[in-house]
Write a protein that binds this ligand. Structure first.
Ligand code: LRH
Ligand code: MN
Length: 430
């Protein structure tokens, strides 16, 4: 029998914490009421917030140097669904999975979909992978994929993306995320313009295969695995490519895919303004594409991204629905704990962005009151909205203190028994 956390156990844990939470909630409710903020509306919005779990983030991640698997590693997508169901059971904010192929390849996608649905989960965007060669693959992606100089390699990469669309269709997905590591390590190694044109020609074939209600997300990245030039290196190239491809093509912003000093919230605002913001891969970073837990390095920057999203929603209305997904590598933590806390940090940034006094902010901006305007954002960012987040979880049947409940449940120890450890060390992200 596969262990799962019992509802009674959770209720017992919550009962012990509920009185203190109610007290903290009342205090925050009074504080926000003085600022004309109806706390109940924020709780409602947080309860409706959802972010997708990256299936590749449910197991322990690694770097090119090494990966140190933890106990009870998920062995396949069904184990990952069990872990994702446990994450959603406790935080009530992660109702979808974003799968990656062929890492998540299986024989029966209908059964997979049913299994996920039975656990209250659905599938968000599917991710293709033309940045690794598969065992027995005749043509290599060593020198690129969709932009490769060899038409046969490009055709292979195109076919893989079409296969991902077909699989996604069986899973109920409505979007394909295309990130390619294509680029060069030496000046002169690649013709920078011809490489882009080959990429665009390949993407046109993938675009043509999209069902009418699907989107394709182009994911830009400054560098890695290429270290001199990258075909889709920045938001400008991604935007121009999406513009050229058509209305179903949009840009995906992975927070770790920019130079350390780049103003990402402004990139988000620009992509929104030009109706090309498709979604996010949330994570955090200090140096490169570190894939650290969202909000663990720069929570203010994460808040500023959500501040742009709320500003845009006020402008664009309900139709504005970027895809929210996490994309992280959990090298030294229990992935379930990191994913739960990361979902909570996104909810925190979202709730704080919702309590910004937008009228006061606009007035200060209009008056060129630089500090006044800044302090309107800081006031929201420095508001401890934890009682709102815990209340949203509690009302949705989750855990008031998810990590404590998870640790007390012994879930990981049970999984270590159920899932025999895989011998040997490895390297790489999965
Ligand atoms: C590339 C990336 C991309 C995924 C991969 C796992 O760095 O962010 O989104 O395909 O990580
Ligand atoms: Mn990503």
């Amino acid at each position: 029998m596969s262990f799962s956390i019992e509802a009674d156990f959770l209720a017992e844990k919550n009962d012990a914490l509920a009185p203190a939470l109610a007290e903290d909630y009342q205090a925050l409710s009074r504080q926000l009421a003085r600022r004309d903020v109806a706390i109940e509306s924020i709780v409602g919005a947080v309860m409706a917030f959802g972010v997708a779990i990256p299936t590749w983030g449910v197991g322990t991640g690694g770097t090119r140097f090494a990966r140190f698997p933890g106990p009870g590693e998920p062995r396949n997508l069904f184990d990952k669904i069990d872990d994702c169901a446990t994450i959603h059971q406790l935080v009530r904010a992660t109702p979808t999975l974003s799968p990656h192929f062929p890492w998540d390849a299986t024989s029966d996608y209908a059964a997979l979909r049913e299994n996920a649905q039975a656990r209250g989960l659905a599938f968000d965007a599917v991710n293709s992978n033309t940045f690794q060669d598969q065992p027995g693959q005749k043509l290599s992606y060593k020198f690129g994929s969709l932009s490769h100089v060899d038409a046969a390699v490009r055709a292979l990469a195109i076919a893989h993306n079409l296969e991902c669309i077909a699989i996604g269709g069986k899973l109920g997905s409505k979007a394909l995320t295309v990130w390619v590591g294509d680029g060069s390590n030496f000046a002169g190694q690649s013709n920078l313009t011809e490489a882009l044109d080959r990429y665009l020609a390949s993407m046109r074939e993938i675009y043509a295969a999209l069902p009418s209600d699907w989107r394709v997300f182009l994911e830009h990245k400054l560098y890695e695995p290429a270290f001199y030039s990258t075909v889709i290196a920045d938001w400008g190239t991604s935007f121009a490519a999406a513009q050229e491809l058509g209305p179903q093509a949009q840009c995906l912003v992975d927070l770790g895919h920019h130079a350390p000093t780049v103003n990402i919230e402004q990139i988000v605002a620009r992509l929104i303004r030009f109706n090309k913001l498709g979604g996010f891969h949330f994570n955090d970073s200090k140096y490169g594409d570190d894939d650290l837990d969202a909000g663990s390095i720069g929570p203010f920057r994460l808040f500023l991204v959500f501040n742009e999203l709320i500003d845009a929603r006020a402008r664009q209305g309900a139709g504005f629905a970027p895809a929210y997904m996490l994309d992280q590598s959990h090298n030294v933590t229990d992935p379930i704990e990191s994913l739960m806390q990361s979902a909570i940090e996104l909810q925190r940034a979202y709730a704080q962005a919702l309590i910004v006094d937008r009228a006061a902010l606009a007035a200060a901006q209009q008056a060129n009151d630089a500090l006044g305007a800044h302090l309107e954002l800081k006031r929201a960012f420095t508001t401890d909205v934890s009682p709102i987040l815990a209340t949203a979880r509690y009302r949705a049947g989750g855990a008031i203190a998810p990590i404590d409940a998870y640790r007390a449940s012994g879930y990981r120890a049970h999984k270590a028994e159920e899932r025999p450890a895989v011998a040997g060390t490895s390297a790489g992200i999965v």
